[in-house]
Design a protein around this ligand. Sequence first.
Ligand code: S3P
Length: 173
Amino acid sequence: MAQCILIGFMGSGKTTVGRLMAETTHTPHLDLDELIVAQSGQSINQIFAAHGEAYFRDLESQVLRSAMQAEGILSTGGGTPVREENRKILVQSGIPVIFLKASPEVIRARLKEASDRPLLRKLSAQQFVHLHEEREAYYAQAADLTVVTNHRKPADIVREILTRADLLESKRK
Ligand code: S3P
């Protein structure tokens, strides 16, 4: 069973923080996008281009179910909590779900050069802000903890998560 799940918008730090958190706690790191790429044998860009978003989302739900059973820190994709089915999987798992929250300005700056986010390519600045706002409501619904990542070092974020997730665990016991 995964020990902790990271959710949040593209560029919020899920992969970087997840990797460091796994290293710090000596557990494996699982990245949902990487698992999808490994299973399908295609890049995220190729999946979107060849099969469309709906196909990608079905694959994402399927891979999420199996990833939840594996040991480690799980970094999800930015769109994972948008599907109600996926939110249920996350919430009902009993595993701490951490929302890494970053402002649209910070995310835009972080992703300026990124070419591997097919969803971002077609969005205007206004559509981007709208998508960000819409998604934040889903992240908040699924999260046990929210950690703001704007202008912070990954190690600092990991420290905060570990302290607060620990508190969360002791409250549950
Ligand atoms: C997506 C986010 C991406 C990836 C795909 C769709 C999204 O993951 O799953 O491009 O809908 O926000 P990251 O959040 O890791 O970039």
